[in-house]
Ligand binder design. Sequence first.
Ligand code: GLY
Ligand code: MN
Length: 449
Amino acid sequence: MSLTDATLKEKYPAKAHCRRVAKFLTDAGFPHDGVIYLEAQKTHMVEDDDQAMHFRQRRYFFYLSGCKLPDAYITYNIPQDILTLFIPPIDPDDVIWSGLPESKEEALRKYDVDHVLYTNEVNATLAAYGPSKSTTVYAIPEQVSDHITFLAFKAVEFSPLKTAIDECRVVKDSYEIALIRKANEISTIAHVAAAKAVRTATNEQELMGAFVGTCISHGAHEQAYHSICASGTSCSTLHYIRNDQPLKERLNILLDAGAEYECYCADITRTFPVSGTFTPESQTIYDIVDEMQSSCFKLLRGGVRWEDVHENAHRVAIKGLKKAGILIGDEQEIFDKRVSVAFMPHGLGHYLGMDTHDTGGHANYEDPDQMFKYLRVRGQVPAGAVITVEPGIYFCEFILNPALEDPEFNKYVDKAVLNKYWTVGGVRIEDDVHILEEGYENLTNTPKL
Ligand code: GLY
Ligand code: MN
């Protein structure tokens, strides 16, 4: 059995996460004698139909419970260090349609919790945790059902809990790393299957079918995000979702797809030629992006400033685009004028965890500096974080054509050379890395060209 699978045989470390969040709260000056209260995502019915909508567990709830059941609740008593999970009671009518739900005994064996009760016992439990034992209940605004009562507590704190969990989620423990690694392992098998499917496929949708089908066959029933199966000039659309175009006469495929495994994500991009061989122009751009990524890898370690790594990607891109003859002029001037942003409009990467764009990155989408506007992580990246490294170069007519109207941009571009590159579309290469005190560990082993 692999180390990953052996780790995942253990329980999801919900209690450790509760303690970590409680410490964050008390370090921020909030009372220690409190109770954390969270609700799972509810079952929602499809409008005008008798089916439940597709279910996705609330990440805040999962982080502190490891439980994917809908309509459940938890309380975590901070001073007593007691985590209680409340699961829906057995509904005999529903058993006929859905089979037996998880029992209390099964839940106690499966989850890292101290007690399992039924959901009709939540209010009584909260009341018992009232004034003599706890002064404060911590909850997330808009995520407390109408029938829940906090009357027994002196104070209800709605402000710090969400932020506390968001920040705690940045640094992953070994169990979370194993989950992300597993999501990557399955995604790699699926990427290879999709790349193989290109040999006979006639339409983008066959790649999506190969990817998603392979994930499900290997135990990942959910996708981390909507796959991007782009071909030709569509490779320049960052979040292309149509995935329905014929592959005929298209040069390249950009496949950005990742499985979700037990609520944890992979996010992987590979770009490759439809024919099996890149044209010289595609190869030139692929080599630049590859160099952008490997050069950025060398800077990774605990505490690295993400803006510095992102800037480095731009500097490598500028050097490469100059060598290709697409850009002309002084490299520093091109960098200072933000010319390369038109070729790589997105940020170098984002935190990855239970969400594909995970919490705690402190993006500043209002940043007037175009180079950093879409950078989803700002400031220092701590050891233990998982972050994507996803440089790209795109030939997007919606960005480049308006930019070329501006003489201050235009003077740095050789249009005759640029015109040879439109059909490349775009190249992105994306891996998921675990930041270590000294260096990093690449969690993505999807083959590269
Ligand atoms: N994989 C899509 C993104 O990172 O936005
Ligand atoms: Mn990504």
